[in-house]
Structures are given as structure tokens and as C-alpha cells.
Design a protein around this ligand. Structure first.
Ligand SMILES: [Zn+2]
Length: 448
């Protein structure tokens, strides 16, 4: 028995060495596609991509196919895999949201879901828990060693003290400094986790806002650790103060007023990216009606069990109609659209993020595709919306050297589409294949 298991182990060792060698020599030629590279230029017809060892080694027309496995993609469109720079993972399950759902299994299952919707990277914005760092889950995922979209993390965000938030709440693991003096110690601990960015909520509620002295301390301490700070915002007045205080990015739309020219100019000078999360505002009011996308399997497949039944029930719909918050969200959405347009036209970088996964009604994977459609509604061209979802989001995550566009030397992370999204942005939903590091990892979910 001992001998047998030894033989078996040796055989396994030989097999795995062989497969590593095969992988390093492997050449795959994707041939004859319409290519959207993520940089915003017009699609290139009849293009080829040569992949070697997971990296794009050549891209262009009529690439020599000798020694390569050739995959004919005539009639298909290829674009970079998507990147969402504002999501939450591991805090929803079924119809509920809670920190109790923050398990390795739940996180990995959500990362796989994102991947099947064509996402290569997601940035979880401030609701993570120790498990992610203590078990090496974040590092393994970022390095592409685990299945699913690669998970980046803002660690534990900063919010205001709030006695009503239980530790079990999905916001239950945040830092909540009452005074600026508490910030340095908290930031020291956060910095040890090497978060991608620091998330702050300045406007928990109009009566309970973060004091300027606290967010100024957060900015100072984060910058001393070479960390950027991204703000959850809603009000124009907060956005103005945060820009003056040195904020590095906005994680939501300004939704109470149209942005003024001075703020736009200041954001431009300081290169502050803007992540509008329009789907958040859409999801916050759309279910009072019957949006056409609700009937699409592409939407239904992105929901946790039981959520579709809740959303499509007459009771839920009529309750939504009665809510004052619903009307407020519909109005906020219209202002959000205007602000994206104004900031985009002024040359501010717009990056895709959705806040998907914070609540069960914010559909993970589907939200990212709807966001691109809403960016087009706001006034971006389809190609500009794709750039927001690929190159620009890669820049927010500071991974643009290897990801976000399809160019020589970058990772072959891409999606194959049945139709061209530069003609109709909804064609990003016609996914026929998802590649990570040059390997097909999912056939994707396809809209009918
Ligand atoms: Zn969020």
C-alpha cells in the first residue's frame, strides 16, 4: 500500500511537471476577431491575438500561426475583461446582508460569479474582515492563484461612531474614530494589511457627519503611509471640502446638486478619478417599476436565491412606490447622470464601479454591465464606457501595467462577445468566453 501511494505520488509529480512545461510553451492564436483594446480607439476588424504563457506576445493583423493552437473568432468581438473599482464581497447571502456571511466559501463563490460575468478584478470597498488577510485569501486571489475575479481590498473603512451598528452588520467591522487623536493608531493597523486604498464615509447621515478634523487626520495619516483615500460622497458641499482637504478619489456620484465649475477645475488639476456607481441609484428606485432588464436571464442569474422572487412580487413593488426614499433616489439619479457628463466632458477620469454586493438588490456581475449602459445614457460613447470599465478602472487599481487593455506584454484577460458593443453597449452581455491569463476560465453568462 505504501509503495503504491509512493508510485502514485511520483506519477503525480511527473504529470504536474509536464503540465507546467506544456503551459510555458503553449501558444494560442485567437484569430479573425473584431478587437476593442480598451484604449478607446475604433474597433479593429479581422485582428489576431497571440498568447504565450498567459501574456499577449503579439496583437494585430495576419499573425503567423505556426506552432499555435488556433481559435477562429470570425464574427466575434474581443475586449479586455472588466474591472470594477467599487464592489463588496462576502456580505450578502440569499435575501440578507450581514457580516456573518463573510466566509471563504461565500467570497470565492461571489468571485466566480463576477468572473462568469466577464470581470477580471474587483475592488472591495471597505467592508472586509480579518479572515481575508489572515488566511492569505486576498494575496492569493490578487496573484491569480484562486478561481474567479481577482479580489483587491480597501480593508476596513473609516466611518462615524454609531451605536446602532452591531458587529454583525456588514458595516460592523469599520474603524469609527470619535476624535482625530484615534486615527494614527487605526491607520497603522490598517496599513499593515496593505490595502489598495482607504475608504471613508463622511456623510453617514446629515445629523451624524464625520468631523473635518477626523477626515483631515485620516488623509494625513494615509498619505504618510503612501495610501490613497477614496470617499463615499453624496453632497456637493462635502465633495468641495474633501477636494480642498486632499481627497484622492470619489467612490460615488455627487447627487444633490450639479457640480460647479470650480470643483470640476480642482478635480482636474488634482487628477481625481470619479467612480459614479450609477447602478446604485438605479437599483435604489427602479424596482418600483418593471425595468425591461428584470426579465433577462442575464439579470436573474446574478441574484442570490430568493431575491428575484422578492423583487418581482407585487407587494415589494407597491411598498417601493410608497417610499419617499424611492422618489428621492430617482431625482438623485438624474443629477448623477448630469454630473458624470459634466465631469467626463471636462476630462476627469471616469472609472467603472457599482457598489454591487453591498445589498442583495445590487446584483453582482449584472450591475457592471448595466453601469456601462447607464454611462452611455449619461453621455459617454459605448467605447468610452468600455474604457471606463477596463483601462480607467485598472488605473484606479494601479494595475494598468499588466491589465485593463489588450496590448503586447499584458495579461491575456479578455472576454469574447457574440456581438460588437461599440454598436450597442448592451452587447457586452453576449458573453461567449472569459479568459484569465490566456486560459478560458468560463463560458460566461449570455443575455438572450
Ligand atoms: Zn460601497
Amino acid at each position: 500500500m505504501k509503495k503504491l501511494s509512493y508510485l502514485y505520488l511520483s506519477l503525480l509529480a511527473v504529470l504536474s511537471v509536464t503540465s507546467v512545461q506544456a503551459q510555458s510553451r503553449e501558444r494560442t492564436l485567437l484569430k479573425g476577431m473584431t478587437l476593442i483594446d480598451g484604449n478607446g480607439g475604433q474597433p479593429i476588424n479581422n485582428a489576431d491575438i497571440l498568447i504565450e504563457g498567459g501574456i499577449i506576445s503579439q496583437i494585430g493583423k495576419n499573425i503567423n500561426s505556426s506552432g499555435a493552437l488556433v481559435i477562429n473568432l470570425e464574427g466575434k468581438t474581443v475586449m479586455p475583461a472588466l474591472i470594477s473599482s467599487h464592489v463588496h464581497v462576502g456580505v450578502i447571502k440569499g435575501n440578507e446582508g450581514s457580516g456573518r456571511f463573510y466566509t471563504r466559501e461565500n467570497i470565492l463563490s461571489q468571485l466566480k460569479k463576477y468572473q462568469s460575468y466577464g470581470l477580471a478584478h474587483v475592488l472591495a470597498m471597505g467592508t472586509d474582515r480579518p479572515l481575508l488577510f489572515e488566511t492569505g485569501l486576498r494575496d492569493s486571489s490578487v496573484n491569480g492563484l484562486l478561481p474567479g475575479a481577482r479580489l483587491h481590498s480597501a480593508g476596513y473603512g473609516f466611518n462615524v461612531p454609531d451605536a446602532s451598528v452591531s458587529p454583525d452588520s456588514f458595516m460592523g467591522n469599520l474603524y469609527r474614530p470619535a476624535a482625530a487623536a484615534e486615527v494614527p493608531g487605526m491607520m497603522n493597523r490598517l496599513a499593515q494589511l496593505r490595502p489598495e486604498i482607504v475608504k471613508i464615509w463622511v456623510d453617514g447621515s446629515p445629523e451624524n457627519k464625520m468631523k473635518p478634523s477626523v477626515y483631515e487626520a485620516i488623509l494625513k495619516e494615509a498619505h504618510a503611509h503612501n495610501l490613497r483615500v477614496l470617499a463615499h460622497v453624496y453632497y456637493l458641499s462635502d465633495a468641495r471640502k474633501l477636494v480642498d482637504a486632499g481627497i484622492d478619489a470619489f467612490g460615488h456620484s455627487i447627487r444633490d446638486s450639479v457640480v460647479d465649475d470650480r470643483l470640476v477645475a480642482r478635480m482636474k488639476v488634482k487628477n481625481i478619478p470619479y467612480i459614479p456607481t450609477l447602478t446604485l441609484d438605479m437599483f435604489a428606485h427602479a424596482y418600483a417599476g418593471k425595468p425591461d432588464w428584470m426579465n433577462d436571464e442575464f439579470f436573474k442569474a446574478s441574484l442570490e436565491p430568493g431575491v428575484y422572487e422578492m423583487l418581482s412580487s407585487e407587494k415589494y413593488r407597491s411598498d417601493q412606490k410608497k417610499l419617499a426614499a424611492n422618489a428621492r433616489s430617482a431625482a438623485a439619479y438624474q443629477i448623477a447622470l448630469k454630473n458624470v457628463r459634466k465631469l467626463h466632458e471636462a476630462g476627469i477620469m471616469i472609472a467603472l464601479g457599482t457598489d454591487s454586493g453591498a445589498f442583495p438588490i445590487r446584483a453582482q456581475g449584472f450591475a457592471e454591465h448595466l453601469e456601462m449602459e447607464l454611462l452611455v445614457q449619461a453621455g459617454l460613447t459605448p467605447l468610452e464606457a468600455i474604457t471606463a470599465a477596463t483601462r480607467n478602472a485598472a488605473r484606479v487599481l494601479r494595475i494598468e501595467k499588466s491589465f485593463g487593455t489588450l496590448e503586447k506584454g499584458k495579461s491575456a484577460d479578455l472576454i469574447i462577445l457574440g456581438d460588437d458593443p461599440s454598436v450597442d453597449i448592451r452587447n457586452t452581455r453576449k458573453i461567449e468566453g472569459v479568459y484569465k491569463n490566456g486560459k478560458e476560465v468560463s463560458r460566461g453568462i449570455t443575455s438572450r
